[in-house]
Ligand binder design. Structure first.
Ligand code: FAD
Length: 469
C-alpha cells in the first residue's frame, strides 16, 4: 500500500553557519550503517560504528543458527540477527539494488554469483567489497553491542553510548561483563528491522497442539518434510518459503489477508499447495479454520508476518516511540524534530529499494550535521510530520504502514537528492522497479530467471560506466 509524501517543502537553503565536523556514532554495520559511515566521513565527521556481530553485512550474514524460541516471544532468548533462509536469492535485480555510486555489477570471478538476482552470499560479498573500497572496517568496533543511548544530562546535546563487548560464541555465557561509556555529538541508528518477529493473533492458539515458527527462524525446508503446514503471509518471504517447503511437505496451506477469491484454492503447478483467506480460529483437535469456512488438520503454523521496529537501547524520555510499528515522530522518516539533527534513523522505510535510499538519507544527515544543509525549525518539522500522519489517516492507512513507501519511494528519493544537491535518480530505476514487480506477480516462480526489461538493463550498464571504468 503506497503512501504519499505530503507537503514537500522546497529544498532547504544552505545553512549559514560555518561547516563543522562532529563526532558521530553509527549503530550497526549493515548496508545502512556502512553507507552512513562512508558519507559521514566524506563530509568530514569523525565516525565510530558499533556492530554487535563479528563482521559487516547485517541481514546478509547468513547463519544456520536459529533462536531457541521459534516465534521470538521470549525476551531472554539469545538473538540471532539475520532472517535469511538458505535458498534466498534477491527479490530485486542487482542493477537497481546497489548503491547509486557503487553499482552491484557481476564480477568476473568463479567465486562470485553473476546472476541478475543472485544468492544471498553475493550480496554479502558486495557489501564486503564496498567496505574494503571505502576503508570502512577501520571505523567499526566489532562484537560491540550498544546497550544504551541517552542524552547526557549536564552536557547540552551530547549523547552517551553504553556498549558492551560480546564473547565470540553468542550461545554461551562468555559475554564479558565490561561496559564502556563514550560521548558523541550525534547518533545515527542503523540497527535494521528484520529481527524482532511480529506474529499473527490467532483465536484458540493457546489450546492448539501444533508447533509454531516465525520466518525469522526458517532456514531450510527439511523440518517440514511430510508435514501439513499452514503458512501465514503474502510477502516476498512468504512466496519463497511456501515454494521451498512445498518440495518436501505433505501439504502447504497459505493463508493471507490479500488472497482474492479467484486465487484461492489449489495452486497451478503444485499438487500440494492451496491458498486460503486468513485463519478464523484453531482448535484443540489440531484443526485450522479459514475465514471462508474451509479447514485443515495441520501440524505447524509458519508466521511469515513481518517484523517489529525495536530499539531496546534507546532512551529519549518518550520523545521517540514505537506505536503500532510507527517510529515517531520523525521528519521525513529520519529526524525526531525535538532531537534533530543529533539523533537520526537510516533505513526505516520498507517496500523500497533499500540501498540507494539509505545512501540518500545518509548524505542528507551528513550535510545537516556539518551545517551544509539547514533543517526547518522544530515547529515546521512537527507540522510536516502531523500533516503526513493526517494524510495517512485520511486515506485509511493504519499506523503500521507509516514507513511503507512503495511507489512514493522515488518521489522521496528525489526529495532527498534535491536537499543534497544530487541529481534525481535515473528513470530506468523507476521503470525497472515497476517491470520487476509486474514480472514477479505474473510468474512468482520464474521472475528471477526470465524477464523482458533487457533495454533497462542496458541503460543501467551505460550509466554504470561512469563508476566502473
Ligand atoms: P541490517 O542489515 O539488519 O543491519 C543492522 C546491523 O545492526 C546488524 O549488523 C546488527 O548486528 C547491528 N545491530 C543491531 N542492534 C545493534 C546494537 N544494539 N549494537 C550494535 N549493533 C547492532 N533488500 C534488498 O535490497 N534486496 C533483497 O532482495 C532483499 N531481500 C531481503 C530478504 C529478507 C528475508 C530480508 C529480511 C530482508 C531483505 N532485504 C532485501 C532488505 C534488507 O534488510 C536490506 O537490504 C538491508 O540489508 C538492511 O540493512 P540495514 O543496515 O538497515 O539492517
Amino acid at each position: 500500500m503506497p503512501t504519499t509524501i505530503q507537503h514537500l517543502p522546497m529544498p532547504v537553503p544552505p545553512a549559514t553557519h560555518p561547516l563543522t565536523s562532529r563526532h558521530v556514532a553509527v549503530i550497526g554495520a549493515g548496508a545502512a550503517g556502512l553507507v552512513t559511515a562512508r558519507d559521514l566521513r566524506r563530509e568530514g565527521h569523525s565516525v565510530v560504528v558499533f556492530e554487535r556481530g563479528d563482521q559487516v553485512g547485517g541481514t546478509w550474514v547468513y547463519t544456520p543458527k536459529t533462536e531457541c524460541d521459534p516465534i521470538g516471544l521470549d525476551p531472554r532468548r539469545t538473538m540471532v540477527h539475520s532472517s535469511l533462509y538458505n535458498s534466498l536469492r534477491t527479490n530485486l535485480p542487482r542493477e537497481s539494488m546497489g548503491f547509486l555510486d557503487y553499482p552491484f555489477v557481476a564480477k568476473d570471478d568463479p567465486e562470485r554469483d553473476p546472476r541478475r538476482f543472485p544468492g544471498h552470499r553475493e550480496v554479502l560479498m558486495y557489501l564486503q567489497d564496498f567496505t574494503r573500497e571505502f576503508g570502512i572496517d577501520e571505523l567499526v568496533k566489532f562484537e560491540t553491542e550498544v546497550v544504551r543511548v541517552g542524552l547526557v544530562d549536564d552536557l547540552k546535546w551530547k549523547w552517551k553510548i553504553k556498549s558492551k563487548k560480546r564473547g565470540k560464541d553468542e550461545t554461551t555465557t562468555s559475554t564479558t561483563p565490561g561496559h564502556v561509556d563514550e560521548i558523541f555529538d550525534a547518533v545515527v541508528v542503523c540497527n535494521g528491522h528484520y529481527t524482532q518477529p511480529r506474529i499473527a493473533q490467532i483465536p484458540g492458539i493457546n489450546e492448539w497442539p501444533g508447533k509454531q515458527m516465525h520466518s525469522h527462524n526458517y532456514r531450510v525446508p527439511d523440518p517440514f518434510r511430510d508435514q501439513v503446514v499452514v503458512l501465514i503471509g503474502s510477502s516476498a518471504s512468504a512466496v519463497d518459503i511456501s515454494r521451498d517447503i512445498a518440495g518436501v511437505a505433505k501439504e502447504v496451506h497459505v493463508a493471507a489477508r490479500s488472497v482474492a477469491d479467484e486465487t484461492s484454492g489449489k495452486q497451478p503447478g503444485y499438487d500440494n499447495m492451496w491458498f486460503h483467506p486468513m485463519i478464523e480460529s484453531v482448535h484443540e483437535d489440531g484443526t485450522v479454520f479459514f475465514q471462508d469456512g474451509s479447514f485443515v488438520l495441520a501440524g505447524i503454523i509458519l508466521h511469515c508476518t513481518g517484523y517489529k521496529y525495536h530499539f531496546p537501547f534507546l532512551e529519549t524520555n518518550g520523545i521517540v516511540t514505537v506505536d503500532d510499528n510507527r517510529v515517531g515522530p520523525l521528519y521525513k522518516q529520519i529526524f525526531p524534530p525535538a532531537l534533530a539533527p543529533w539523533l537520526s534513523f537510516v533505513g526505516l522505510p520498507w517496500k523500497v529499494v533499500p540501498f540507494p535510499l539509505f545512501e540518500l538519507q545518509s548524505k542528507w544527515i551528513a550535510g545537516v550535521l556539518s551545517n551544509r544543509f539547514a533543517l526547518p525549525s522544530q515547529e515546521k518539522m512537527m507540522e510536516d510530520v502531523e500533516a503526513f500522519y493526517s494524510s495517512l489517516e485520511a486515506s485509511g492507512m493504519p499506523k503500521r504502514y507509516t514507513h511503507n513507501l512503495g511507489s512514493s519511494q522515488f518521489e522521496y528519493n528525489n526529495w532527498l537528492a534535491a536537499q543534497c544537491g544530487c541529481p534525481e535518480i535515473e528513470d530506468w530505476r523507476i521503470d525497472m522497479y515497476k517491470a520487476c514487480g509486474k514480472n514477479k506477480r505474473a510468474r512468482p516462480e520464474f521472475y528471477r530467471d526470465e524477464w523482458e526489461d533487457h533495454h533497462l538493463v542496458l541503460q543501467a550498464y551505460e550509466d554504470f560506466i561512469k563508476y566502473t571504468s
